[in-house]
Design a protein around this ligand. Structure first.
Ligand code: CU
Length: 122
């Protein structure tokens, strides 16, 4: 009986909260990671991000970082928000906790290499 109840609860969770149960972890840039060698618009293309999904920014810590812009204008102009976190571990694991659009960029290479990615979370 307990096993049946557990199964029912899991089914209910999948129906009601599919993104919670099926959270996906994405390595940004896949095998190339977070670098100046990836067109991140292309990388995002075809992906649908949900609340609870996880982004992994993987890079050599001394070469890059991950900072946030507050809006699309700042993103387009590579202006990072001084009030938002700076990630620089080389293996930054970020959970997308809220729906909305996130603007990530590397403060070293956003201008030169367009190292930035805009993620819309459903
Ligand atoms: Cu960089």
């Amino acid at each position: 009986m307990a096993r049946v109840s557990t199964a029912l609860v899991l089914i209910a969770l999948v129906v009601v909260f599919p993104s919670m149960v099926l959270a996906t972890q994405y390595v940004v840039g896949d095998g190339l990671g977070w670098s100046g060698d990836v067109n991140y618009d292309d990388w995002v293309d075809g992906k649908t991000f949900y609340v609870g999904d996880v982004l992994v920014f993987s890079y050599i810590a001394t070469d890059h970082n991950v900072v946030l812009a507050t809006n699309e204008d700042n993103y387009n102009n590579c202006v990072a928000s001084p009030n938002l976190a700076v990630y620089d571990t080389g293996n930054d694991i970020l959970t997308l906790n809220e729906a909305g659009t996130y603007y990530f960029l590397c403060s070293y290479h956003c201008d030169f290499l367009q190292q930035k990615v805009m993620i819309t979370v459903n």
